[in-house]
Every structure is written in C-alpha cells, then in structure tokens.
Ligand binder design. Structure first.
Ligand code: SAH
Length: 182
C-alpha cells in the first residue's frame, strides 16, 4: 500500500485508515478494500469495471486476485498518476480511463463484476445494464453514510440486492472534474 500513498502519510501506510491523496479524495481504508474485494468473489480472468481509480490501490488488489481490470477516474491528475504508477509497478492487468463513471464503459461491456469505490446517491442505470447476467455490482449508496450493496443480475431485467452494513466514502460526482481542481 505504501506505493499508493501520498508521501506525506507514507509512514502510516499500514494503518487501517483512509488517507488523503489530494484533490479532496482518499485512498480507501484497507478494511473497506478487503470487504469490497471479498464481496466481488473474483475468479481468475473476471473482467471487472471499477469506478473511482483514486490512488489505483484497489485496482491493483483486484489485478493481483486475477481480474482484468478497467478503472475510470473523473479527476484527470489522479487518472494520470495512477496510470503511471501501475505501469511502473508492472501491473499490466489494469487499464485506466479518464471519464465519468456514471456512464460506465459501454465499449467494453458486459463485465463480470462492477465495483464503485465512491458513495453513490443511487444506482446508476448504465452500470446495472453493463453487468453480465450472473454478475455482481458492489456499490455503497446513500448521502452521508453509505450502505454497502451487492446487486446480482439474475435476468435481463431483474436484479437482487443484498446489504452489508454502513461505510463512509467520498461522494460519486457527475461529469468530469474541472481542470486544475485541487
Ligand atoms: N479506489 C480508490 C478509492 C478512491 S476514492 C483507491 O483505491 O484509492 C474515490 C474516487 O472516485 C475519487 O478519486 C473520485 O475522484 C472518484 N470519482 C468520484 N465520482 C466519480 C465518477 N463519477 N466517475 C469516476 N470517478 C469518480
């Protein structure tokens, strides 16, 4: 995890806490990364879409679990930083995209699994549609506190929902971030 931390906080990389990574964003707490990764039940070769690349840490974990990862970030500076870092670390199973996660990545859909790592006010329709039948969408939803949801797509037009407790994420925002935004 120390590779993915802001230098200011690197000595605390192995504390079970979220830390700032700039641009008002955070690297998720290890416990949260563990829960989200577990809920996805990654199998080798799964095609996984992640919304909210941030530091790139969660994407790297998914890659090490055997997934082929597509990850989207709306802050250009974070997108570039994560993309370069993952490349330096030789983590080639992650492809980074600069874009709005609310749209998903239609051109690479459907995905076996989709993971949202920001707090979403609701469940974006595009993401539900880009999930394979039999696939999982793990998404924290709610305003101040988020409930961890896991949706299973059980048919073309049917999804089942399970809930896994309360978490706190930075918000999932619409559109691209304005440039030079700190
Ligand atoms: N998975 C990250 C967690 C980063 S915090 C990690 O392991 O470090 C959540 C990230 O989601 C932030 O970087 C934020 O900019 C991004 N984000 C918020 N809304 C988004 C959206 N609509 N599309 C893409 N990224 C988004």
């Amino acid at each position: 995890r120390h590779f993915f931390m802001d230098k200011t906080f690197v000595e605390w990389a192995y504390q079970d806490k979220a830390f700032p990574i700039g641009h008002e964003q955070t690297i998720s707490q290890p416990f949260t990364v563990a829960i989200q990764s577990t809920l996805l039940e990654i199998k080798k070769g799964d095609r996984v879409l992640e919304i909210g690349t941030g530091s790139g840490y969660q994407a790297a974990i998914l890659a090490l679990l055997g997934a082929e990862v597509y990850t989207i970030e709306r802050q250009e500076a974070l997108y570039l930083q994560a993309k370069n870092l993952l490349q330096e670390l030789g983590i080639t199973q992650v492809r980074c995209f600069y874009g709005d996660g609310y749209q998903g990545l239609e051109q690479f859909a459907p995905f076996d699994k989709i993971l949202v790592t920001a707090g979403a006010p609701g469940i974006p329709t595009a993401l539900k549609k880009q999930l394979k039948i039999g696939g999982y969408l793990v998404i924290p939803t709610g305003e101040n506190v988020q409930q961890m949801l896991r949706l299973s797509r059980v048919g073309k037009n049917s999804w089942e929902t399970e809930t896994f407790g309360d978490f706190r994420f930075v918000p999932m925002l619409s559109g691209l971030s304005p440039k030079n935004n700190d």
